[in-house]
Design a protein around this ligand. Structure first.
Ligand SMILES: *Cc1c(COP(=O)(O)O)cnc(C)c1O
Length: 473
């Protein structure tokens, strides 16, 4: 390694090798200590925001402090009691993955390398890593080779990318260039399932499209093809239309019937976008692939790597079949940008400046391989079924969904009792599951997304759930 540190460079803002080593070694020791607590740690934090803020010190310090001894130690001392064991194998809230070791290690390097992953020719190493990871993702998820793959902050912004490319493409087909704005142009119709994720509505709002027209769904929250057919028939011929489908309903885990729905939408001239934040990963597992049959027919897809693939936050993936459409919607042009004719990373996502968040994706794919990813997704599904079977045996319990992937919804009698079970469970802290409402009923929702969840974690969580049920009366 070359070193450029000369004594004459020392001054405010300079860093010695000793300072740097001390800071990194301290962070490493603290990270190991934190990860070491996870197998037995209670999931909830012990203190709230105010207590942590008090420890951090509310006043801005006047002068500098040694990075290792004070910043890292003080940060950890203040934060440790306020950390939630989200990477614990007993965290089943929201849809939250853990962190695979290869991904965590790669993520540390991303920070150390500090490459702004915008322009291919300026940061060739990370552009190459992301291109390889992107091709592997398309292959694993069964999506068309040659699609644009962008590493976004999450499925929310990946939904924005796919829907922006779709909006602009359907407007272009109707003879309208979005650079003129939306006002004065043709209206864009948006049709989506009644149980779409809230982030789809958010994406549509960002894009100036407003709330979608909703299509009826079945008992598992899947779009009914006949209802979609009727909704599409109400449109004018040639009307610019987006259809938003879903792989992975957050309550049932099930996916829309793409093989029927996508051709219907295409017959009506629509662009089809799929929100597949976690459910698209069924396509990577031979035993679960039937859930997403036909998904590859769509035009754009959003998924997360920070959920099922277990890379650290934040990492989503925006895929657009027509790479040129993504480029037209996302690209920034500037005389000072060193642009590559084959296309730059900044032409696939919203951000201009961005960390190389595809690197941890490459690392986990390289570590697991095709079979390892399939096994990961199938194991999450097995754990979900074990939790569902165990929960179903508890007093008054009723599993409301068909457990086809990673999601389980359980009611414990009337809504009041179900809510008491959720409260008691969260107070006790062995495990963390989400209280929600599905099809008009209060439910306890379990989402299995962490690669490290063991049968032991399942057993301990079910014991805790049994105690909560007994305590709820
Ligand atoms: C989590 C999720 C999202 C949003 O993803 P973020 O990564 O939180 O931005 C969108 N759709 C579905 C189905 C999800 O589960």
């Amino acid at each position: 390694m070359e070193t450029t540190q000369r004594p004459a460079d020392r001054g405010q803002g300079s860093v010695t090798a000793t300072d740097l080593d001390a800071a990194l070694e301290s962070a490493y020791a603290h990270a190991r200590a934190w990860l070491g607590t996870l197998p037995d740690r209670r999931v909830p934090p012990r203190v709230g925001v105010d207590a942590v803020a008090e420890e951090l010190g509310r006043a801005l310090p006047d002068g500098p402090t040694d990075p290792a001894a004070v910043v890292v130690d003080q940060l950890v001392a203040a934060c440790e009691p306020g950390l939630t064991a989200m990477p614990s194998g007993r965290f089943f809230g929201f849809v939250v993955g853990g962190t695979h070791p290869a991904a965590l290690a790669a993520d540390w390097l991303v920070s150390a390398w500090d490459q702004n992953a915008v322009l291919r020719q300026v940061t060739p190493a990370v552009a190459a890593v992301e291109e390889v990871a992107g091709r592997w993702l398309l292959e694993l998820l069964g999506l068309p080779a040659g699609s644009s793959v962008g590493f976004a902050t999450g499925a929310t912004t990946a939904n924005v990318v796919g829907l922006a490319a779709g909006r602009d493409a359907v407007l272009r087909r109707a003879g309208w260039d979005v650079e003129r704005g939306l006002a004065g142009g043709p209206r864009v119709r948006v049709v989506a399932g009644a149980e779409r994720h809230a982030s789809v509505d958010l994406a549509l709002r960002y894009l100036g499209l407003g709330l979608p027209e909703t299509v009826d769904v079945d008992d598992q929250g899947r779009v009914r093809p006949d209802a979609l057919r009727r909704a599409l028939a109400e449109g004018r011929r040639g009307e610019p239309t987006l259809v938003v489908l879903q792989a992975g309903n957050i309550h049932s885990g099930d996916s829309d019937p793409f093989a029927e729905c996508v051709p219907l939408a295409h017959d009506a001239g629509a662009w089809v976008h799929v929100d597949g934040a976690f459910g698209l990963w069924a396509a990577a597992a031979p035993g679960l692939r039937h859930l997403t049959a036909g998904v590859e027919l769509a035009d754009s897809w959003a998924t997360d790597a920070h959920k099922t693939l277990n890379v650290p936050y934040d990492c989503g993936v925006a895929v657009v079949r027509d790479a040129e459409a993504a480029r037209t919607s996302m690209a920034v042009h500037g005389a000072y940008l060193v642009q590559d004719v084959v296309g730059d990373p900044q032409e696939r996502v919203l951000e201009l400046s961005r960390r190389a968040r595809g690197v941890p994706v490459w690392a986990v794919l390289r570590s697991l391989g095709r079979d390892g990813v399939a096994e990961l997704v199938e194991r999450l599904c097995v754990r979900a079924r074990q939790l569902a079977e165990g929960a179903a045996r508890l007093d008054g319990a009723e599993v409301l969904n068909d457990v086809v992937l990673t999601q389980v919804c359980v009611a414990f009698g009337d809504d009041g009792r179900t809510r008491r079970v959720v409260e008691r469970l969260l107070e006790e802290g062995t495990t963390w599951m989400t209280g929600s409402v599905w099809h008009g009923r209060a439910v306890l929702r379990i989402s299995v997304s962490n690669f490290s969840t063991t049968e032991g974690d399942v057993a301990r969580s079910l014991d805790a759930l049994a105690r909560a049920v007994a305590a709820a009366g």
